[in-house]
Design a protein around this ligand. Structure first.
Ligand code: ADP
Length: 333
């Protein structure tokens, strides 16, 4: 008998260009997981409404994220690649889960507090219940593995709480989902200025986007914060220098990394050279993805076809889950 594959689910919001954090925190895992698991990956357009209520650019952004997902190596024939708003069952499950989520725990969520601070005039209920909608997205496919970056760890913990509450009250329907990364730890790609993480909508000058052209990459990397270098051998690295090494480890060869590590240890490091090298290695990494994404983005018919095919796969799985949910909840009269 064939062993049933574990189910994987994750998503990225269409709030701007994808960046290295999205790639190394999420996409790199997606691409590997598609070979081993049954995967559902979505463009989280409903989530983007919590912070970006203006929908004028939404279609363009959805197309962009889809193209970038495919350019990074996602194969729409192997996975369900779809748009969140095309799966209406999500809204129903979100509603049921909202009855199991408490105001107090939602208000304590770090991302809610951060976002409420950033947009004090628009602290909407969707922002507060973001982790509930995210849980609905995941468990709609009864997924157990969720490839995400470190910033999502707390949301996954909340998802497990909601799942356990549901299962306890209505019967075992859902597996517990957990954050997943192929390495030993979840990834956080720091911004070039060392203040926080790379992000789609914040800190754009210190974020490297998969759409940046070669000159933009050189300019941004050049501006990364450094100092005059260590004055004693084997000095500990300040955070912002550690970050540059971390970025280098993502894209440069071992030989190059070792060269700069040794130079740091014996105080001969020249940060200008290091940043030049880093910029060239970033360009080698980013430019093929950029070119591929641009070509895909221009083919609207292809993108539409993919979204429809992906939505069909996702709806099939969503319908099966909702049948179980309604039965378990006794909503079957
Ligand atoms: P953003 O924060 O850039 O708007 P999303 O909220 O759409 O990105 O997150 C999409 C995925 O990318 C999530 O799995 C998230 O954990 C991951 N991610 C976002 N930024 C980073 C980062 N700087 N480092 C690692 N992973 C990240």
């Amino acid at each position: 008998m064939a062993v049933k594959k574990q189910i994987v689910m994750s998503g990225i919001r269409p709030t701007g260009f994808l960046h290295l954090g999205n790639y190394f925190g999420a996409l790199r895992n997606y691409v590997r997981m598609q070979e081993e698991y049954e995967c559902f990956f979505m463009v989280a357009d409903l989530h983007s409404l919590t912070t970006h209520p203006d929908t004028k650019e939404l279609k363009l952004n959805v197309h962009r994220v889809l193209s970038e997902n495919i350019a990074c190596g996602l194969d729409p024939d192997k996975v369900a690649l779809y748009c969140q708003s095309h799966i209406h069952e999500t809204a129903e499950l979100y509603l049921y889960l909202n009855m199991l989520a408490y105001k107090g725990e939602l208000e304590k969520t770090t991302t809610f507090k951060d976002k409420a601070r950033l947009q004090p005039d628009n602290v909407n209920a969707g922002l507060l219940t973001y982790p509930v909608l995210q849980t609905a997205d995941i468990i709609l496919h009864r997924a157990s593995l969720v490839p995400v970056g470190k910033d999502q760890e707390q949301h996954l913990e909340m998802a497990r709480n909601f799942v356990n509450r549901f299962n306890h009250r209505y019967g075992e329907v859902f597996p517990e989902p957990r954050a997943f990364n192929y390495g030993s730890e979840l990834v956080k790609v720091p911004s070039l200025d060392g203040a926080g993480k790379m992000s789609k909508s914040e800190n754009q000058l210190a974020t490297l986007y998969l759409s940046d052209d070669d000159e933009q990459i050189r300019k941004k990397v050049k501006k990364a914060k450094t100092d005059t270098g260590p004055s004693k051998p084997h000095s500990p690295k300040p955070d912002y220098i550690e970050n540059i090494f971390l970025l280098m480890k993502l894209v440069s060869s071992e030989e190059i990394i070792n060269k700069f590590e040794n130079a740091y240890t014996n105080c001969t490091i020249r940060y200008g050279d290091m940043k030049e090298q880093l910029a060239e290695d970033m360009i080698q990494f980013i430019s093929p993805i950029r070119e591929k994404a641009n070509a895909i983005r221009n083919d609207e018919n292809y993108l539409k076809e993919i979204m429809e095919k992906g939505a069909e796969k996702a709806r099939k799985s969503a319908r099966a889950t909702m049948k179980l949910v309604r039965q378990a909840m006794g909503l079957n009269y």
